[in-house]
Design a protein around this ligand. Structure first.
Ligand SMILES: Cc1cc2nc3c(=O)[nH]c(=O)nc-3n(C[C@H](O)[C@H](O)[C@H](O)COP(=O)(O)O)c2cc1C
Length: 186
C-alpha cells in the first residue's frame, strides 16, 4: 500500500541544497511505494498562543495542521543552523503541536536527513530535531541515519544533478524508510 509522506524542508533559499535533495526524494519516492510531497512552511506566522485564545489564529496554521493530519508519515530534510535546526522548522513543529491535546504529530513515523557544507553533515540539527520529536511522540527511524556532509560536492558541476553515489545513498534510505514507516504508521 502506498504511503503519503509530507516532506518538510528546513531551508527557504532558492538555491538550497536541501531543496534540491527534497526535489529528488519527491521524484524517487514512487519507486518505493511512497508519495512524497513537499509541504511549504515558509509562510506560517510565528506561533503565538494568544491568537488561539482570541480566535484570531491565522488560517495558514489550520491549513497546515489539516495537511499534516492527513499524511501517513513525515520526512525532514534540513540544514544545520548554529548546531541546531533552522527556526522555520521549529516553528512548523510548534504550530502543529497545538492547541494543547490536539497535536497532529502524535504517533506519525518520521525520517530525518540532515546536511551541511561542513564535514559533519548537520549532526547537531539532526539530533536536536530527534529530541523535539521525542517530546511530540513521533517515532523516528533510528537506522539508517543520514548525514550529508560536504553537500556542495554531491552535485555534478555541469548539470547540477545529484551525483550517483549520493542518489544511491538516498534511495537506500528511502527503501528502508518505506518499510519502517509502513510498520510504524499509527
Ligand atoms: C544561520 C546559519 C547558520 C549555519 N550554521 C551552520 C552550522 O552550525 N553547521 C554547519 O555545518 N553549517 C552551518 N551553516 C551552513 C549551512 O549548513 C549551509 O549554508 C547549507 O548549505 C544550508 O543549507 P541549504 O543549502 O539547504 O540552504 C549555517 C548557515 C546559516 C545561514
Amino acid at each position: 500500500m502506498k504511503l503519503n509522506i509530507a516532506l518538510l524542508c528546513g531551508s527557504l533559499r532558492k538555491a538550497s541544497y536541501s531543496r534540491k535533495v527534497s526535489a529528488y526524494l519527491t521524484e524517487a519516492g514512487s519507486r518505493f511505494e511512497l508519495t512524497i510531497e513537499v509541504v511549504e512552511i515558509a509562510d506560517l506566522p510565528l506561533y503565538n498562543e494568544d491568537l488561539e485564545i482570541t480566535g484570531t489564529a491565522p488560517s495558514s496554521w489550520s491549513l497546515f495542521r489539516k495537511q499534516m493530519k492527513s499524511v501517513d508519515g513525515i520526512l525532514f530534510v534540513t540544514p544545520e543552523y548554529n548546531r541546531s535546526l533552522p527556526a522555520v522548522l521549529k516553528n512548523a513543529l510548534d504550530v502543529a503541536s497545538r492547541p494543547w491535546g490536539e497535536s497532529i504529530w502524535n504517533g506519525k513515523p518520521a525520517g530525518i536527513i540532515s546536511l551541511s557544507q561542513g564535514s559533519i553533515g548537520g549532526f547537531g540539527a539532526n539530533h536536536h530535531l530527534r529530541q523535539i520529536l521525542a517530546c511530540l511522540n513521533v517515532p523516528v527511524m533510528a537506522q539508517p541515519e543520514a548525514y550529508l556532509g560536504n553537500i556542495q560536492n554531491c552535485f555534478e558541476e555541469k548539470s547540477n544533478s545529484i551525483k550517483p553515489d549520493t542518489r544511491e545513498f538516498l534511495e537506500k534510505f528511502l527503501q528502508q524508510f518505506a518499510v519502517w514507516a509502513a510498520k510504524n504508521r499509527g
